[in-house]
Design a protein around this ligand. Structure first.
Ligand SMILES: Cc1cc2nc3c(=O)[nH]c(=O)nc-3n(C[C@H](O)[C@H](O)[C@H](O)COP(=O)(O)OP(=O)(O)OC[C@H]3O[C@@H](n4cnc5c(N)ncnc54)[C@H](O)[C@@H]3O)c2cc1C
Length: 308
């Protein structure tokens, strides 16, 4: 029986684990993998105290920090996916895909979010056959080719920026009439002659043989259908929270995010807290996820002292 089980090993989960171990709570951290979403980023410039660091390096520094505390107070369970949480007689039972069950007095959920999938005809058929969800992982397969990035936020512009280094052309397609990315990032990319943008576009279908060779969209202003040739379509249309396992037990908002009290990170069930991108917190960043993790742990620690 653990005092605390932490679900997820990104910045939020790492912060919780470090603080829990220092407070000598009997803790287990269970995660599919360590590092979190930004491990695919080539460079991260805003992890406070570190002017620049690659996503992979940041991820391994999280793991190193957790391993530092591995011992009598901290068990590390890596490579396991949580599929269900149940509550019985004030004890929480966390179940994994491989059928293992872990009991704890409290739980902190930090399972973050994953990529939102492209909704278009043939999008499923061409996943990983030209439709790609990670530019820094698979972008180099598209050297000297014409590619498309779908999206209009910072992630879309960051992917486009990486692809422009070696692709023949990059066309960024966005469904709205303006971009959500930072002005400075947009301006920088627009100076690149290989970069083109299309606004007000509703993506209809993807075509190809074995692999993608074109994308068709409808211009929302003229209603005209336009097909553009491309061998790679990089999808950056946002995130969807990894919270399926908690839906039956916790209150979730209309965006599928766990509702928390922002002053404590406690969820609708006393004894369960959540932090980072899986919550209904307004802003999503590594520093914020880590800070929310610390808040959750501090509150969980007090709660354990007062209630158990
Ligand atoms: C491409 C990209 C670039 C970014 N760049 C930056 C940046 O430059 N600066 C910045 O501050 N932020 C950046 N962000 C945002 C930042 O990565 C997130 O806000 C942050 O990672 C959220 O941390 P988290 O701990 O809440 O969740 P995550 O980082 O998503 O971590 C979730 C963890 O939970 C695990 N997990 C998920 N589901 C389960 C399950 N069912 N069972 C067990 N484990 C599970 C995952 O393996 C992972 O370890 C970027 C995001 C992306 C996608």
């Amino acid at each position: 029986m653990y005092d605390l089980i932490i679900l997820g090993g990104g910045p939020a989960g790492t912060a919780v684990a470090v603080y829990a171990a220092r407070k000598q709570l009997k803790t287990a951290i269970i995660t599919s993998e360590f590092g979190g979403q930004s491990i695919v980023s080539e460079k991260i410039y805003n992890w406070i105290g570190t002017p620049e660091i690659s996503g992979v390096e940041l991820g391994s520094s999280f793991k190193k920090h957790i391993l530092y505390y591995k011992g009598p107070f901290l068990d590390i369970i890596e490579g396991e996916k949580i599929t269900k949480i149940n509550k019985k007689d004030n004890i929480f039972l966390s179940e994994t895909e491989s059928g293992k069950k872990y009991e704890s007095k409290t739980v902190i959920i930090t399972t973050g979010s994953g990529r939102r999938k492209l909704e278009a005809i043939n999008a499923d058929k061409f996943e990983n056959k030209g439709i790609i969800y990670c530019a820094s992982c698979d972008g180099p397969l598209f050297i000297d080719q014409d590619v498309i990035v779908v999206g209009g936020g910072n992630s879309a512009f960051e992917s486009a920026s990486q692809l422009l280094a070696y692709c023949k052309s990059v066309t960024l397609i966005h469904r709205r009439d303006e971009f959500k990315a930072d002005e400075i990032t947009i301006k920088k990319l627009l100076q690149n002659p290989k970069f083109k943008t299309i606004l007000n576009a509703e993506i209809i279908k993807v075509d190809g043989d074995q692999f993608v060779n074109s994308l068709t969209y409808k211009d929302k202003i003229t209603n005209e259908e336009v097909t553009i040739p491309a061998t790679g379509i990089f999808v950056e249309i946002g995130q969807t929270p990894n919270i399926e396992f908690a839906k039956d037990i916790l209150k979730i908002d209309e965006f599928n995010k766990i509702i928390v009290d922002p002053t404590t990170q406690m969820t609708s069930v006393p004894g369960i807290w959540a932090a980072g991108d899986c919550t209904n917190g307004k802003y999503h960043q590594n520093n914020i996820a880590a800070g929310q993790g610390v808040t959750a742990l501090e509150d969980a620690y007090l709660w354990i002292q007062n209630n158990l």
